[in-house]
Write a protein that binds this ligand. Sequence first.
Ligand code: SF4
Length: 283
Amino acid sequence: MSDDVLDPSDPSAELAWLAAQARGQLELDRLLGVPAALVPPLRPLDARPRVVAPPVVAPPPRVAAPAPAAPPAPASDEDLAALAARRREAEGKLDALARRMAGCTKCRLSEGRNQLVFGQGDAAAEVAFVGEGPGYHEDQEGLAFVGKAGELLTKMIQAMGLERDEVFIANVVKCRPPGNRTPAPDEMATCLPFLQEQLEAVRPKVICALGKIAAVGLGLIAADEALGRNRGQFRDWRGTPVMITYHPAYLLRNPADKRKAWEDLQKLFPLITRRRAAGSSQA
Ligand code: SF4
């Protein structure tokens, strides 16, 4: 080996060369009057390499929380009394409808259901969420949006600064389609008057259609239209604005689209007067 050419296959030669360089640098520093720097001890050739910590993987970006809403103006006793009266009236209408619907056999979905799922929530809600139809858990419990998809919807609602019992939740069809299949057009058409009556009783300020079937069932988009091209837009349903967004069950399978759903839900904020500033929970 010459003085300036190293044999890359000989680590001891490289080490000797580095040591010579270090000694030369120290000697040069001494001549220039530069204080000697501490030189870390050389690692023995047979020392095991240090275990390098794996790089810290940044968590996926969180969906931005909405800016804190201005605290709502305290409602007057008059406002509260009017709201309570409206709630009582709507509850009466919904109770009467539920009694009429009990045991409904208007369409073939009655044949396979365990129980009819009417829907639930505040009868004077400002926001109504409309889904497709009951699934297995809903059919078992008699409540709309329970199970994993229901838990995600709850998180979405809470991220909006609301609690689940402050909104109204219902489906286009009230009985579970066999095997969770998509409700047929004639089944949706037969059941739709019940949903219409519910929404006319609640009179929400805004409706959120969860998923394509809900949007189709409400007559907002055609069955052959893609949800992706229609979500995030307000449509009109009998004078009430409707926001179309993804169904929570879809979001469980496609979590990357939660951000888009959250963008859609934020568009509802200006229409909701009773929401609180959103906390840290996010969809
Ligand atoms: S889906 Fe609707 S119309 Fe059909 S049986 Fe159930 S409640 Fe009646």
